[in-house]
Unconditional design. Structure first.
Length: 143
């Protein structure tokens, strides 16, 4: 093998590695992650209305244990899901990832997502009086 072939391929590998690893990208992700929970163990499905004013929803990821859907109509977002198995979920039903907070909103003073209302149902389709629906901010770090 001649040295120039090796050196040429070495440069190609270095270039590909630098491009694929994102080296040189020094900006931090602007995405923020929030989890949606229903804590009542009787809950098997929920329809949840969230206030989402001043933000851009990047995506909504549902737990593998539920079948879910969402619809965004500023300034609110509807989120619905049903458990795939007849059991309590035990963890977050959905994760809402926002990519941008409007500069007019005050994220330090108020969460960009809030539960406006929720209707949850048990295994027989009967309403559950209190589904225990709430949102956690996964971006808060306590020391």
């Amino acid at each position: 093998m001649k040295w120039y072939k090796f050196t040429g391929m070495g440069f190609v590998y270095l270039f590909v590695a630098a491009v694929s690893c994102g080296c040189g990208d020094r900006h931090e992700s602007n995405e923020k992650n929030f989890s949606v929970f229903a804590t009542n163990p009787q809950v098997r499905s929920c329809d949840i209305l969230l206030r989402s004013a001043g933000i851009r929803i990047a995506r909504v990821d549902f737990s593998k244990k539920v079948l879910g859907s969402h619809q965004l109509r500023e300034p609110r977002m509807a989120l619905s899901y049903i458990h795939l198995e007849d059991e309590s979920l035990g963890d977050a039903a959905a994760s809402v990832v926002i990519s941008q907070i409007n500069s007019n909103s005050k994220p330090q003073q108020m969460s960009p997502l809030a539960v406006v209302s929720s209707s949850c149902f048990d295994r027989e389709g009967n309403p559950v009086a209190d589904g225990g629906v709430f949102i956690t901010d996964n971006n808060s770090h306590s020391n």
